[in-house]
Every structure is written in structure tokens, then in C-alpha cells.
Design a protein around this ligand. Structure first.
Ligand code: F6P
Length: 364
């Protein structure tokens, strides 16, 4: 009996998703003679049974396309917003899986998708996942597709910001995506030669950042590039967050101070650095530019490798795994081991050490 496979993309879009859809689809169909259908807009499309035909025509010409031809959403099966209410739609999703006579559902997503995929596995579905995110923060895989493309875009942005910072003798604070992990800001910061890199894993002291910028000024470099991850926080804010978490644990919490949202933190940081250094500071929020457009060659390759490996695993009727990237090959990792984990930057990671060796400041 040939198998019938469903595929969906969930979470923020990422360059390389279409390359992965193509990799899974072509290998499933042409190599193994399976049938494949797409579900639109993530788990919401599966819940609403909105499908898309995936055949050799729809899969042709999508390797280089950004975004996802299936559409995506951040909706979760067990917390689906419907008419102003949040409803557990797991049963409907399970029913639609069976109504479509699926043998396996392939979910392309990041950390949130891995958790949702595990829940569906526990509800009895055969699931295989692929790790995508520009944040590179999915556990137990060396990398995720989308990261390399975003790294290139963010590095290019830093290169361009350098010449304007230099010409105006300014500080440019450039916010780079990554709310839980600083891989993208760290990688682009190193590749672009940022003078300061701030990441969530290393809470910073703004005074130490300002001192580093002033030292550069004293040595004839009155401009600086500060690459800051969305989720980077000051040591003060970190301490406040820890205290709030402890209070919450003790159930003493009343009305916690609302957290600053990412761009607000970056604007505040630029203002503080201007005041502390006497240099003009300008913020640049790269935002969704980092997720748009055509995937890099490395992401196309990775997405194709992982997508075709998913087809091989499904052919052998092994389900319940994420296909992780390991060196030149791939490895199925049980969803139980991946879900709920975040791959953050170890503060002594070799990239951090290298950056410190070229005198990059981390505000610590
Ligand atoms: O999916 C990861 C990510 O790119 C994060 O870096 C960023 O915080 C988030 O998505 C933004 O998501 P949205 O597009 O839903 O605002």
C-alpha cells in the first residue's frame, strides 16, 4: 500500500520552506510513489480542512521562492482562536487527518511547532517534523533552514550601516531578530564586524557598552555599530525578570510591570547610549526584512537534504521524529526530546570567544 502524506508549515515564515516542501513532495512522489496534499495556513488549515493539491506542477519552480506556498499561522491545535474564544481543536484535527486518510503528517516549523507536533503525536497521529527558523534556536539540530539566509541579510545590513555610521560619527544600534536566542545577532555581528553585540544569553550593563564606545572614540573611531538581538536585556531588567518569576512561583505576584517590547528596548538603548557617550545614536530595526525573499544556496541545500530525508524516514514507516541536521547527514530525533527545548547560545560558545578575541564588547 502506498502512503498518503499531509504537509503544513507553521510559525513565522522562513526562507527555504518552499525548498523543503519541494524536497519532501518530490521525494515522496517520484521516489516512493506516495500521494501528498498540503494544508493551508498551518494547523488552522488542517482544522478547517483547507487543502492544496501538491503535484509535480505545483512543486515546480518553488525552490527559489521565499515565504511558503502553503501559507502559515501561529495557531496551535489546542489553543485555536475561534470567534473571540480560545478552543481546543485537537479532536477536529485528528478527525480531519483520518478523513483525509493520511498515513503521516509532516510539520515544518520551529520550537512552537515541535511542541504542537508532539501533542498531535500523543493524540495518536503519525508525525514527522523539519526544523525551520531564522533564529536557529531549535534543540538537537546543528542548524535550521532560514538561518543562513537571514544571516546574510543581517550581515549585509550591518555592512551598509557601517558606512553611514562612519560618515556621521554616530552610533547605530541595529536590532536583529531572535527573541529567545542570540544566534542571528551574534553571527551577523561577527560577520559584519559590529563593535558591540548584545544577546539574550548575556545580559548587558549599558554603562559598560558606553565605556567601550567612548574608548573607541578616544582612539580616533567616533562611530560604533551595536548589533542587538530582539530579546537582549540589560542586567537590571534580567534581575527584575528573575524576581518576578520567583514571586510568580511563590504565587505572590499581583500586577507585574509590563515588559518592554523588543523595538522599545532598542529605542531606549539608543537613547541611553547617546546620553552616556555624547555621540548621536540612531536605531535601525531590521524586522521582517530578515525573513523575506529568496533563500540562500546553503538554505536550499539544507532544506532539500532534510526534506528528502523525511521522505526516506516515512517510507520506512518510522514516525514521531524531527529530522535534525548533523554534519553532512541528518538524524531522526524523537519529538519528546526536542519539544519544549530551546537552543540558546552558551555564553562560552566558540563564536562568543572569537568575537571577544577581536575585541567585540558584549556589555558584560
Ligand atoms: O519565528 C522567529 C521570529 O522570526 C523571531 O525572531 C521574531 O521574534 C518573531 O519571529 C516575529 O514573529 P512575528 O512575525 O509573528 O511578529
Amino acid at each position: 500500500m502506498t502512503q498518503k502524506i499531509g504537509i503544513l508549515t507553521s510559525g513565522g515564515d522562513t526562507p527555504g520552506l518552499n525548498a523543503a516542501i519541494r524536497g519532501v513532495g518530490k521525494a515522496c512522489m517520484s521516489r516512493y510513489g506516495m500521494q501528498i496534499i498540503g494544508f493551508r495556513d498551518g494547523f488552522r488549515g488542517l482544522m478547517e480542512n483547507r487543502t492544496m493539491v501538491l503535484d509535480s506542477d505545483t512543486l515546480a519552480g518553488i525552490l527559489t521562492l521565499g515565504g511558503t506556498i502553503l501559507g502559515t499561522s501561529r495557531d496551535k491545535p489546542h489553543k485555536m482562536p475561534i470567534n473571540g474564544k480560545v478552543v481546543d481543536m485537537t479532536e477536529t484535527i485528528v478527525a480531519n487527518y483520518h478523513a483525509n486518510k493520511l498515513d503521516c503528517l509532516v510539520c515544518l516549523g520551529g520550537g512552537g511547532t515541535m511542541k504542537n507536533a508532539l501533542r498531535l503525536k500523543q493524540a495518536g497521529l503519525n508525525i514527522v517534523t523539519l526544523p525551520k527558523t531564522i533564529d536557529n534556536d531549535v534543540a538537537l539540530t546543528e542548524t535550521t533552514f532560514g538561518f543562513d539566509t537571514a544571516l546574510g541579510i543581517a550581515t549585509d545590513a550591518i555592512d551598509r550601516l557601517h558606512s553611514t555610521a562612519h560618515s556621521h560619527h554616530r552610533i547605530i544600534v541595529v536590532e536583529i531578530m531572535g527573541h529567545r536566542a542570540g544566534w542571528l545577532a551574534l553571527g551577523a555581528g561577527i560577520a559584519g564586524g559590529a563593535d558591540v553585540i548584545l544577546i539574550p544569553e548575556i545580559p548587558y550593563d549599558v554603562h559598560l557598552v558606553a565605556e567601550a564606545i567612548k574608548r573607541r572614540k578616544q582612539t580616533g573611531k567616533p562611530f560604533s555599530i551595536v548589533a542587538v538581538a530582539e530579546g537582549a536585556i540589560s542586567q537590571e531588567e534580567f534581575a527584575a525578570q528573575q524576581a518576578a518569576a520567583a514571586r510568580k512561583k511563590e504565587k505572590k505576584a499581583k500586577d507585574p510591570e509590563p515588559e518592554l517590547v523588543y523595538a522599545e528596548r532598542t529605542l531606549k538603548l539608543a537613547r541611553q547610549l547617546q546620553l552616556l557617550t555624547g555621540l548621536e545614536a540612531r536605531p535601525t530595526i531590521l524586522g521582517h526584512l530578515q525573513r523575506g525573499g529568496t533563500p540562500s544556496a546553503a538554505d536550499r541545500l539544507l532544506a532539500t537534504r532534510l526534506g528528502t530525508a523525511a521522505a526516506d524516514l516515512i517510507e520506512s514507516r518510522n514516525y514521531g521524529f524531527m529530522i535534525a541536521a548533523r554534519g553532512e547527514t541528518s538524524l531522526p530525533v524523537p519529538l519528546e526530546e526536542v519539544a519544549g527545548q530551546v537552543k540558546t547560545v552558551p555564553p562560552d560558545h566558540p563564536w562568543v570567544e572569537s568575537a571577544r578575541s577581536v575585541r567585540t564588547n558584549f556589555g558584560d
